[in-house]
Design a protein around this ligand. Structure first.
Ligand SMILES: [Zn+2]
Length: 80
């Protein structure tokens, strides 16, 4: 994943009014990186764990308190 994609995701979040203030401590000092969250999907038919997968996100980390937030890139339209 690229810096270009990271910039695009940040632009989308800003346009949508996502706050730059940490909801845990009030700081505005964030770090960010593009990361994949690895998951295991749940098979609703058999009610058992299904296939493994991953979700591309932009992760924000508060440098003051360590609070972590993920925004799913597909959900905000950054991948399309
Ligand atoms: Zn914080």
């Amino acid at each position: 994943m690229s810096l270009e994609l990271e910039e695009k995701a940040m632009e989308i979040l800003q346009k949508r009014g996502v706050s730059a203030t940490c909801s845990r401590c009030g700081s505005n000092d964030w770090g960010r990186d593009l990361v994949e969250i690895h998951t295991r999907m749940f098979d609703e038919k058999s009610r058992t764990p299904g296939n493994f997968g991953y979700i591309p996100t932009i992760m924000m980390v508060c440098h003051n308190c360590g609070y972590v937030v993920h925004h799913i890139l597909k959900e905000i339209g950054a991948l399309g």
